[in-house]
Design a protein around this ligand. Structure first.
Ligand SMILES: [Zn+2]
Ligand SMILES: [Zn+2]
Length: 173
């Protein structure tokens, strides 16, 4: 029988990983906030950190990590609103009028990405579609701005009727 060597720790220290898991990142985030780290907060924040799209309440419930499977719906609502109050998450109603939650950093990164291409806005269904680079025309000429104003970027949004709404309109006639 071998005795554990006293100068060696029972468990090897975890190698420092460059990208922490969503749960680790959530833990660190709550700690930096100076907030109490509770299992629901940890699991729900981990859901937002791990998702690259905004999530509805239901989507958060569906994606709760194993450790948070017993968290009830009311707690999910409460913690999501708390995260919004803390400035960690953003709450926004989509075109379907359903609230979606996302991490503020993810939202900022997405906004940055959407600045790189043009958009098509359907005036019937109010949906906005990304137009990929290949389909986007050259940037429009900068409009004249009042003296002292500085242009940072120009966004192009084409307004019109999307294919789906167009089909619906034609079918109705
Ligand atoms: Zn876009
Ligand atoms: Zn439409």
């Amino acid at each position: 029988m071998t005795r554990p060597s006293p100068d060696r720790p029972a468990l090897a220290p975890e190698p420092a990983s460059p990208t922490p898991s969503p749960l680790e990142a959530a833990h660190e985030r709550l700690r930096r906030l100076g907030a109490r780290v509770t299992q629901p907060r940890l699991c729900i924040l981990a859901c937002l950190i791990g998702s690259d799209e905004a999530l509805t309440h239901q989507a958060v419930i569906d994606r709760l990590p194993e450790a948070g499977e017993t968290i009830d719906r009311v707690t999910v609502y409460r913690v999501l609103d708390w995260l919004v109050d803390q400035g960690v998450a953003q709450k926004r109603a989509g075109n379907d009028r359903v609230f979606r939650f996302s991490l503020v950093e993810h939202e900022a990164a997405r906004a940055q990405e959407h600045r790189q291409h043009s958009h098509f806005h359907c005036t019937r269904c109010d949906r906005t579609f990304c137009l990929d680079d290949a389909a986007a025309p050259a940037q429009p000429a900068a409009p004249r701005v009042p003296s002292g104003f500085a242009i940072e970027h120009i966004e192009l949004t084409v307004n019109g009727v999307c294919a789906e709404c167009g089909k619906r309109t034609r079918a109705a006639h």
